[in-house]
Design a binder for this molecule. Structure first.
Ligand SMILES: C[S@@+](CC[C@H](N)C(=O)[O-])C[C@H]1O[C@@H](n2cnc3c(N)ncnc32)[C@H](O)[C@@H]1O
Length: 190
């Protein structure tokens, strides 16, 4: 356990558990997914398991957090420890889902633990979304779809500009508003 986590009384093996954002992504993925599926940042593996159970598709989960990969494995999701898309070969998946860490976070308030990695999108909220969108076209099969969860806290228009720069068209497939944010699932296609 890191010192900071210890001082805050946090368990360093912590893994993001399913919440409203997970539910919205799962709903969209059950409707839209096809072929070979990758869930980046799978956390507990709940979204990946929903897709596998409801659609009977082959789903791989990946996460930077080894405790997440273990928990996903316990749900019978084939899970690997990976930084975003780095280990995957070109055209490997037909559907790629991502509920990214998206909260804009003051660098002085960053937590040095796994929950920081699950929640913080850096100063802009887009520090994981940017490299994900820059590389996802490599791993996605030609007729594939990316399902990306976006929060209004992250800057919806700024994310759409990144989507456009990466060469994707977008479609809103699900949206829900909460008191402090609106969550949208975008389907991205070439
Ligand atoms: C908001 S949580 C979503 C978890 C799960 N997909 C869900 O919807 O319940 C974001 C996840 O991304 C993972 N993550 C953070 N940085 C990552 C990276 N560079 N590569 C892969 N996964 C990462 C976190 O560990 C966390 O499990």
């Amino acid at each position: 356990m890191t010192d900071l986590a210890e001082r805050r009384g946090l368990d360093d093996t912590v893994v993001y558990q399913p919440a409203e954002d997970s539910g919205l992504l799962a709903e969209a993925a059950i409707a839209e997914a096809g072929g070979r599926v990758l869930e980046v940042g799978t956390g507990s593996g709940w979204v990946a398991a929903q897709i596998a159970d409801e659609r009977g598709l082959e789903v791989v989960g990946s996460d930077l957090n080894p405790h997440a990969a273990r928990q996903a494995g316990e749900r019978s999701v084939e899970a690997v420890v990976a930084d975003l898309l780095s280990p995957f070969r070109a055209d490997a998946f037909d559907t790629i889902c991502f509920n990214p860490p998206y909260l804009p976070t003051d660098p002085d308030n960053e937590w040095d633990d796994w929950m920081e990695h699950a929640l913080s999108g850096g100063e802009t909220g887009r520090e994981l979304i940017e490299p994900f969108l820059a590389d996802v076209g490599r791993v996605l099969a030609p007729a594939g779809v990316v399902l990306l969860l976006v929060s209004s806290l992250t800057g919806y228009d700024e994310v759409l500009a990144l989507v456009d720069n990466a060469g994707f068209d977008h479609e809103v497939v699900d949206e829900e508003s909460f008191p402090f944010e609106t969550l949208t699932v975008l389907a991205l296609r070439r």
